[in-house]
Design a protein around this ligand. Structure first.
Ligand SMILES: Cc1cc2nc3c(=O)[nH]c(=O)nc-3n(C[C@H](O)[C@H](O)[C@H](O)COP(=O)(O)OP(=O)(O)OC[C@H]3O[C@@H](n4cnc5c(N)ncnc54)[C@H](O)[C@@H]3O)c2cc1C
Length: 278
């Protein structure tokens, strides 16, 4: 019997488990898929939680219901991967040998990598919405917020779903308009890109819509540090952006276990051939 081990039962790991369960003979292949818990979060829905458009519970499904029944779902942390020995060690100490390993541990936000971001004001005047705790905390803040300068800041690229910050800006514009307080809110988008979006045509169109909605764009802003107590972003070029409420899209990184194994780079991303993903 050969062993296929999938690390991560998120979107990619779950989809691949289904595809491979159909393609591989169960007499020849045994599939194990590992994730730390049973909560699959539908991440695109996190955009809507801050504005009360989704209840957090609506975004969570048990992984046990989502993976193919022929695969073994192991709910445990992935503690180590040894590509030389072809083994994966779980948090509980189980050592699993693999013939083929599929890395689907996704990306995580790393707000602690930006000086000051998780210091004074974190989850009080500075939030993220790419995580469930962040999206929930931001919702609790927004329903009572009286207005001021809202800054949405992408710390650095790449991020998952580069359009999500723009969607957030438009949702914020609609949210404050509906609450009759749009005139009390200045919305600023501080991005490391040289335009609103990554692609030139979309950038031109989106830039125009942002302008029509009165959303200011600060381009090529590379966040060096956050001064939480004086509510200021400082860029590497010395520019400063003041805020009353900061919504940060923090630096993204891969799983630490991938960085620690010999598979990934320092950020935990696995360099691959983009045509084969090998
Ligand atoms: C706000 C937001 C909006 C988005 N909107 C869209 C959209 O509109 N369209 C779109 O296509 N995409 C969107 N995305 C992106 C999409 O959600 C991701 O691209 C997708 O979830 C990536 O799937 P993945 O399987 O690679 O990673 P994930 O779904 O994150 O899964 C990785 C899994 O690995 C597990 N894992 C990691 N490390 C360990 C460890 N050490 N031990 C055990 N388990 C571990 C995690 O628990 C997780 O379940 C959005 C994302 C966000 C945050």
């Amino acid at each position: 019997m050969k062993e296929l081990v999938i690390l991560g039962a998120g979107t990619a790991g779950t989809m691949m488990a289904h595809k491979l369960a159909k393609m591989l003979s169960p007499e020849q292949w045994h599939i194990t898929i590992i994730d730390r818990d049973d909560d699959h979060i539908y991440q695109p829905g996190l955009l809507f939680v801050p504005f009360g458009m989704y209840d957090p519970d609506e975004l969570v499904r048990p992984r046990t219901r989502l993976v193919p029944p022929t695969a073994r779902l192991l709910l445990d942390g992935i503690a180590a991967v040894d590509p030389d020995e072809k083994t994966v060690t779980t948090g509980a100490g189980e050592v699993i040998h693999y013939d083929i390993l599929l890395v689907a541990t996704g990306t995580r936000t790393a707000p602690e990598e930006t000086e000051g971001l998780t210091g004074s004001g974190w989850y009080d005047t500075a939030f993220d919405f790419y995580t469930m705790p962040g999206a929930r905390a931001l919702h609790d803040k927004l329903i009572w917020w009286k207005g001021g300068t809202l800054v949405v800041n992408v710390v650095d690229m790449p991020i998952k779903c580069p359009v999500a910050p723009l969607e957030f800006l438009f949702l914020a514009d609609a949210f404050f308009t509906e609450r009759g307080m749009r005139d009390d809110v200045r919305i600023v988008y501080a991005t490391p890109l040289d335009a609103a979006f990554t692609k030139p045509r979309a950038s031109a169109m989106l830039g125009r819509i942002l302008e029509e909605r009165g959303i200011e764009v600060v381009t090529e802003f590379h966040t060096a540090r956050v001064h939480g107590s004086s509510r200021k972003l400082e860029g590497f070029d010395g520019r400063e952006v003041d805020y009353d409420l900061l919504v940060s899209i923090p630096l993204h990184a891969g799983a630490e276990v991938i960085a620690d194994s010999k598979l990934g780079n320092d950020l935990g991303f696995v360099p691959t051939d983009k045509h084969t993903l090998q």
